[in-house]
Write a protein that binds this ligand. Structure first.
Ligand code: KMT
Ligand code: NI
Length: 175
């Protein structure tokens, strides 16, 4: 995985790299509660799932064909790319293909996490983020979840008042 500041250019397709010129270290990610692992096999994923009490999982495959054509695909891309948060951790393990998760750092700048096969990313509850596929338009990812996942995306700014947002901000305040 590569992690860097987003260039914030909105005249360029969201699926392009948007490299802003400055990379971040895993420690800088950890400071905002984002964890990253590279798992070469499913056993290492199972271990993380077990440690964090994830009991269920499913596989999501995103391509224009799977979604029923370019228009439905474009609509899906827009939905994923709306800035939002969840009341649960979001864990994604890339089985095939690529994707970008953008997360907000402390000064509200976008940080782009470029994920490839074998990358596993954990986003804490309450962090503002968004997702896009890359120009390859293909990703197959494993989603881990607990019994009753609170996966509803709550968009910004409605989520500003969400208790999980406050809790998250408190958790990273000392870093
Ligand atoms: C999300 O919550 O944005 C997603 O699940 C994106 C697809 S998983 C790589
Ligand atoms: Ni999300």
């Amino acid at each position: 995985m590569k992690t860097y500041y987003h260039d914030n250019r909105d005249d360029v397709d969201q699926r392009e790299p948007h490299f802003g010129g400055e990379e971040l270290t895993p420690d800088q990610l950890k400071d905002i509660g984002v964890l990253y692992y590279h798992c070469n096999d499913i056993d290492s994923v199972d271990k993380i799932a077990e440690e964090r009490n994830y009991v269920s999982r499913d596989v999501i495959q995103i391509t224009p064909e799977k979604l029923g054509g370019p228009e439905a695909y474009a609509e899906k891309l827009r939905t994923f790319y709306a800035e939002h948060l969840h009341e649960d951790e979001e864990i994604r393990y890339i089985l095939e293909g690529e994707g970008y998760f953008d997360v907000r750092e402390k000064n509200d700048r976008w940080v782009r996490c470029a994920l490839e096969t074998g990358d596993l990313l954990i986003l804490p509850a309450g962090i503002y983020h968004r997702f896009t596929l890359t120009s390859k338009d293909y990703v197959k990812a494993l989603r881990l979840f607990k019994e009753q996942p609170r996966w509803v995306a709550i968009n910004r700014p409605i989520a500003d008042d969400n208790p999980y947002r406050s809790e998250y901000l408190t958790s990273i305040a000392a870093n």
